[in-house]
Ligand binder design. Structure first.
Ligand code: SF4
Length: 385
């Protein structure tokens, strides 16, 4: 990666690629009502004097990338940060702006991430009315003490009310995010959280293991010995999730993701399959062909640049065939479909060993992680880099 910090790179450095339309768009809204102590994403406390200007910059960037790429989105994912931290008026401005600028005739999935603390009936109705058809709700836990530890602004009752509110607004594709491996969280608490989630009958559930990321408060607390990683316990949490969610009719289609039939995320599957995608907004990554770039991870600099007609790109990376292949293997191995055996033929000893250890199985010409393999997915993927 050629890290360029705040050095400005001309957008024209990134070549056009017109053979195919880019079908996946990610939009980063960096604002959060509160900063969670474990979070390593680029985010900032919302500054109401800046947010409208920021929304204008996002639409200007859409205009800019449209001038360089043929875009016909099949999926749009508005994430963050907390997109619902924007006001109803700002969300309307933004979504209307996307609708005016983009050909949405092929759009299959339009997801917005929402936090229970910032969903209102008006916002939910507006999102639905403007074409959003999937909401990813950041519940994380149904235990108020754990939510406090995570620094979340909502409590369990609010999260449940938000889920029903979204359902009542007409959303028929709702995803709930949950976290496990939290300090002090017991297996019983986790299983209760899964039961509670199953009872709500969402179409999709994502479960993420807490990781201690550098430059976060949790990382510092772990370094001081206040928190401790426990991979054996994490494996038990994952095992419970796999068992309970599959028993409840969810397909475990990727290590962290479970869906009812027909509700696997189209956007994420495109990303895991290595399709091109464009990222709009500060810190957003884009990958088109053999080029990857990241916008500056600072929304003020981002807005200044874009509104002045300059490039938002902060760093670029020329991908190689080897990098692409390593990514494809790591991402595919995490999915239910696995990786075609032919892609791993240069590692006959490793694949034989993993099959012998019951970490990999062979299904329809592909290597697929077994249940045991899913517990060690990262280590298995590392062997093929
Ligand atoms: S709400 Fe999400 S993006 Fe914002 S600080 Fe918390 S975890 Fe990070």
């Amino acid at each position: 990666m050629s890290e360029c910090g705040n050095v400005q790179l001309p957008a024209s450095n990134i070549q056009h690629r017109t053979a195919e339309d880019v079908a996946h768009l990610y939009v980063h809204i960096p604002f959060c009502a509160r900063i969670c102590p474990y979070c390593a994403f680029y985010k900032e406390r919302a500054d109401s004097s800046q947010t409208q200007r920021f929304c204008e910059a996002l639409l200007r960037e859409v205009d800019e990338v449209r001038s360089r790429f043929a875009i016909k989105p099949e999926t749009i994912f508005i994430g963050g940060g907390t997109p619902t931290a924007l006001t109803t008026g700002q969300l309307q401005f933004l979504l209307d702006g996307f609708r005016d600028r983009l050909d949405l005739s092929a759009l299959r999935e339009w997801t917005v991430e929402a936090n229970p603390g910032s969903v209102s009936p008006r916002k939910a109705a507006l999102l639905r009315e403007l074409g959003v058809n999937r909401i990813s709700l950041g519940v994380q836990s149904w235990d108020d003490d754990l939510l406090k530890l995570l620094g979340r602004e909502h409590d369990a009752a609010q999260a449940e009310a938000s889920f029903h509110l979204l359902h009542d607004a007409g959303f028929t594709n709702l995803s709930i995010d949950l976290m496990f491996g939290l300090p002090g969280q017991t297996l019983a608490q986790w299983e209760t959280a899964l039961e509670k989630t199953i009872a709500l009958r969402p179409e999709h559930i994502s479960t993420y293991c807490l990781t201690y990321e550098e430059d976060t408060e949790f990382f510092a607390r772990q370094a001081r010995g206040e928190f401790r990683e426990d991979t054996d316990s994490d494996a038990r949490f994952l095992e419970s999730a796999m068992r309970m969610l599959e028993d409840a009719g969810f397909e475990h289609y990727e290590i962290s993701n479970y869906a009812r039939e027909g509700y696997a995320s189209v956007h994420n599957r495109g990303y895991w399959a290595g399709h091109d995608y464009l990222g709009i907004g500060p810190s957003a990554f884009s990958t088109v062909g053999m080029q990857r770039w990241q916008n500056v991870p600072d929304y003020r600099i981002y807005s200044d640049r874009v509104l002045a007609g300059s490039s938002a790109i902060g760093s670029t990376e020329a991908l190689t065939v080897q990098i692409k292949r390593a990514e494809r293997i790591a991402l595919s191995l995490r999915t239910k479909a696995g990786i075609p055996c032919a892609e791993l033929q240069q590692w006959p000893n490793e694949t034989r060993e993993f099959v012998g250890l019951d970490l990999l199985g062979e299904i329809n010409g592909s290597f697929v992680l077994t249940r045991n393999g899913k517990l060690l997915a990262d280590s298995v993927a590392e062997a093929f880099v």
